[in-house]
Unconditional design. Structure first.
Lengths: 154, 520
């Protein structure tokens, strides 16, 4: 309902906006060219990069829409590249002026195996059970794997 | 043609030599470059950012706080002792301690890393620009010790990960989080070394230093100190080439072996026209080979970001004032004990020991302690040192015992040493006494009584020895004639015959009496 109203009165709203801009000197009345180079602002991410990012973040976005969102995000963030930050120290945290709190070296936590293991989907002998990770492989096995991959590609 | 043949011979000779491990200098064609990264677990009661117990071999998944298990809503609080031990190690290695240091998150996914990131110090580490000086001397490989040093790029505080047990058969991993969040310092060394022996000597020195400081137990067999080695080859004068990284080497000899193997492997590949790829390899200590790990030739992207939950860590570099959150670096400096390098210098200056002897004594803290006790009373330092290194250590090695586990007390050792120095027993019997003392492992047993009970005491009874000498002279007329005609060398042979038949005699007395009899 409100939206419809806004559409109808969009012309009058524009007028109000112009009036606002006139009141605030920091906002230009008409669009001005920024430092941004429009030709360079198109972001394209290739398939290999997508695959790498998916592996690093464990998030899947290999759809047209997903890639579009990623590219738009990069383009949005890239705007900061047009701001001159020479001789400005980066701010990593707003707590930079504070000192890190230190604690005495005393055992005050832990000893709660039961609670910790409550989070395990699968457990065995009080261990968490997980899929096998990055373990050393014998050279033979590695060779077999690479030939397999090659066959798949063919 | 001739020339190539010749160079080939030289090459073969070289490979043969390296295979035996005698030459550690790279061949003329390739120069090996080695750099180390060392992780040392800090010797604290509790973990780096949580109050859970920091221990080796606790009940599985019991020394884990909610923070260590990455339960949402938990926050890190830094352990003051970790900062103290980190700074102490940094000062012992002549590092510049940084007034302000910060923490970063290093991301990677692994089952034993519950948060998916490790808190470390990448941008502003605790300390930087240090150096470690050490002696390279492996008996049997080097004839003489030589001095070497390696620059330290930085020392940073960071969390350890949990432990994974891999079950290859059922294709699964078992995770124990007891080690997750344990305090580590990582020491990043510049690639200043040339081979495995130098790297092993560096690690040995580092172990001695952290043990002296009490910063780390240095027990490599428990994983308290772990070594990653970066190895590459290049033509002399060329820039650094592609390197491989050998991960998690768990012993001093392992460091030497893994690097030697990796240099040989890369040499073979390059000599046959191959190319080295950037990869992570693991050292198989049983098979004595390095093997590739799964993430072959993929550039890791750790997506470092500043840790938002930890404001900067600040220390007082100039004065003795400190309070709860700010440590005074000068106060820590005052608490640094004598370091191994200083001990060696002192041993050489104070006791006129040979450099090799000083190195071997300092390498075994238990032997050094024995030495200090024994020489605090008037005893010949060189003889005491040789006794400890050559005899006691041999007996321990034969029993596959670590010097640290030697059950012989200082009191017992003093008794044995005095018997030996007073020639009441000889070296062979001395070793037997050591062996017996280790066997019974009882601090109340008197070595003197052991010698008496076993009838090991040497005879210096002149009448008895004269009888033995006459016997030998009568039975060996040929040697005696040779001696009398001027061949004095055979004297030793005569003594040898007597010793063979009767080892429990004081040979200095024998020598005197035998000489007297022969001159008659």
């Amino acid at each position: 309902m409100i939206l419809k109203l806004m559409n109808r009165t969009s012309r009058s709203l524009n007028l109000i906006q112009v009036a606002c801009r006139n009141l605030n000197t920091k906002i230009p009345i008409s669009p001005v060219p920024t430092l941004e180079n429009e030709h360079a602002s198109t972001v394209k991410v290739d398939r290999n990069t997508i695959a790498l990012l998916e592996r690093l973040s464990l998030v899947s976005y290999d759809t047209e829409e997903g890639v579009k969102i990623l590219e738009d995000s990069i383009a949005f963030a890239n705007k900061i590249l047009h701001v001159n930050t020479d001789n400005v120290e980066p701010l990593y945290t707003v707590l930079e002026d504070q000192n890190l709190t230190l604690r005495e070296d005393k055992i005050t936590q832990g000893n709660c195996q039961k609670e910790i293991l409550k989070n395990a989907a699968v457990k065995e002998d009080d261990y968490f059970v997980a899929p096998i990770g990055n373990i050393p492989l014998h050279e033979v096995e590695v060779e077999q794997e690479t030939t397999k991959v090659k066959q798949n590609e063919n | 043609m001739k020339f190539t043949k010749l160079s080939r011979v030289v090459c073969y000779k070289h490979t043969a030599v390296t295979a035996r491990g005698f030459s550690t200098v790279s061949n003329k064609k390739w120069q090996s470059v080695v750099g180390l990264e060392v992780h040392a677990q800090l010797n604290t009661e509790s973990k780096l950012f949580s109050g859970a117990q920091n221990t080796f071999g606790g009940v599985v998944n019991n020394c884990v706080s909610l923070f260590d298990a990455a339960i949402p809503g938990t926050l890190p609080v830094l352990n003051r002792k970790c900062v103290e031990l980190g700074i102490m190690t940094a000062l012992a290695l002549s590092c510049k301690v940084n007034e302000v240091s910060t923490f970063d998150r290093k991301h990677y996914f692994y089952a034993d890393l519950p948060t998916g990131y490790q808190i470390t110090q990448q941008r502003n580490p605790l300390a930087s620009d240090g150096v470690i000086n050490f002696q390279v001397f492996t008996p049997g490989i080097h004839k003489k010790p030589y001095r070497k040093s390696s620059k330290i790029k930085q020392i940073q505080l960071e969390q350890d990960s949990g432990k994974s047990l891999h079950d290859a058969e059922l294709k699964r991993s078992l995770i124990d989080l007891n080690r997750a969040g344990a305090p580590l310092i990582e020491l990043v060394f510049e690639p200043d070394l040339e081979d495995g022996e130098e790297a092993a000597a560096l690690v040995k020195e580092l172990v001695l230093i952290v043990q002296r400081l009490g910063a780390c137990t240095g027990r490599m067999e428990e994983g308290a100190l772990r070594v990653d080695a970066n190895v590459s080859l290049r033509r002399p004068g060329d820039p650094l080439s592609t390197r491989t990284e050998i991960k998690n080497i768990g012993s001093v000899r392992g460091v030497a072996g893994a690097i030697r193997h990796e240099i040989e492997r890369q040499t073979t590949i390059l000599n046959s026209g191959g190319r080295i790829i950037n990869e992570t390899r693991a050292w198989d200590a049983t098979a004595k080979v390095t093997i590739p790990m799964r993430d072959k030739e993929v550039v890791q992207d750790y997506r470092y970001m500043p840790e938002p939950n930890l404001p900067p860590l600040r220390v007082n570099l100039t004065t003795d004032t400190e309070h709860k959150d700010i440590l005074s670096v000068p106060l820590i400096q005052d608490r640094i004990p004598e370091l191994p390098d200083q001990s060696r210098k002192r041993l050489i200056e104070q006791f006129q020991l040979r450099p090799e002897t000083a190195i071997q004594l300092v390498n075994e803290p238990t032997l050094l302690e024995y030495f200090e006790h024994l020489t605090s009373e008037a005893r010949n330092p060189t003889k005491v040192a040789n006794l400890l290194i050559n005899d006691l250590l041999t007996v321990l090695n034969r029993r596959k015992l670590d010097a640290d586990d030697c059950p012989i007390t200082v009191k017992q050792l003093k008794e044995v040493t005095d018997m030996l120095l007073n020639k009441e027993i000889n070296l062979e019997i001395c070793r037997n006494v050591f062996d017996e003392l280790i066997e019974v492992a009882d601090s109340d047993v008197s070595p003197l009584r052991v010698v008496q009970e076993k009838g090991w005491k040497l005879t210096s009874n002149e009448a008895e020895i004269t009888k033995l000498c006459i016997e030998v002279i009568e039975n060996n007329p040929k040697l005696v004639n040779q001696y009398k005609s001027g061949k004095t060398k055979v004297f030793k042979a005569l003594l040898g015959i007597l010793f063979k038949n009767n080892s429990k005699v004081d040979m200095s007395v024998v020598s005197k009496i035998m000489e007297g009899l022969l001159k008659k």
